[in-house]
Design a protein around this ligand. Structure first.
Ligand code: SF4
Length: 50
């Protein structure tokens, strides 16, 4: 299990999120203000797998 810090840039809140990554996939996200952040984290990890 790996943790990544991702800043959501979908809206002006710019939530700072902690994503838990396993085998290159996001399995949990904390700190996101809404589901858009969850999706943003998945996309960010998929675009930058390491
Ligand atoms: S997680 Fe939601 S509320 Fe937070 S910055 Fe992203 S879009 Fe905005």
């Amino acid at each position: 299990m790996e943790k990544k810090t991702i800043n959501c840039e979908v809206c002006e809140n710019h939530c700072r999120m902690e994503a838990e990554v396993e085998d290159g996939e996001v399995v949990d996200v904390a700190g996101n203000g809404c589901m858009k952040g969850y999706i943003y984290a998945q996309t960010a990890v998929a675009d930058a797998p390491d």
